[in-house]
Design a protein. Structure first.
Length: 190
């Protein structure tokens, strides 16, 4: 079974919306406004590219990343990696042609089936609604959380408000940085 890893920039109060400056959110771009850049804090992003064998995205994140990431040197390792987009509305004609193999999955059940295939870890970037659905379905195996020392209030959250049984996590890596960011890597105890 493949490992499904959720990677997120998250505020201390759980917001994941528009960290890179996506339009339509009051605090858009919160990951780089008034926060000193400490390169070591982002080392996990390079590691994720080297260790992952596929990318899983929700439609909104795909539409935000696909026009930009294919030509960015910082994300070069992702270009040839298979990509999966979970969407009930996208069609093959909506996919970009310069970002390698991309498949559309129509449901969380199809993600569960993908996890059963041969291959290495699958990384989920962004994708707030997808992360919530995957977490609620018990499909996420690991969280890579880069926690920013901010309280953003309103905004899309990493975790849903669904009333469910307790899910235990095991902290397997943590690091605090001079700019207040914290890296927390958790394995999900299944």
């Amino acid at each position: 079974m493949r490992t499904l890893i959720s990677s997120a920039f998250v505020s201390l109060d759980g917001v994941v919306e528009a960290p890179g400056g996506e339009p339509g959110y009051r605090n858009s771009g919160w990951t780089f406004k008034n926060i000193d850049f400490v390169p070591d804090a982002f080392e996990i992003k390079g590691r994720e590219q080297k260790e992952s064998t596929a990318i899983l995205l929700g439609r909104v994140s795909y539409e935000a990343f696909s026009p930009v990431w294919p030509d960015m040197a910082d994300f070069a390792d992702y270009k040839e990696m298979p990509k999966y987009v979970v969407s009930t509305t996208l069609t093959e004609d909506d996919l970009v042609t310069n970002w390698g193999e991309t498949s559309i999955l129509r449901s969380v059940d199809e993600v569960a089936a993908l996890k059963q295939t041969e291959g290495g870890p699958i990384i989920v970037h962004g994708s707030a609604a997808l992360n919530q659905a995957l977490s609620d379905a018990g499909l996420i195996d690991r969280y890579h959380l880069l926690v920013f020392p901010l309280l953003l209030g309103a905004g899309k959250r990493l975790f849903s408000a669904t009333d469910k049984d307790t899910q235990k996590l095991q902290l397997v890596e943590s690091q605090a940085y001079a700019n207040g960011l914290q890296l927390n890597v958790f394995d999900v105890i299944h």
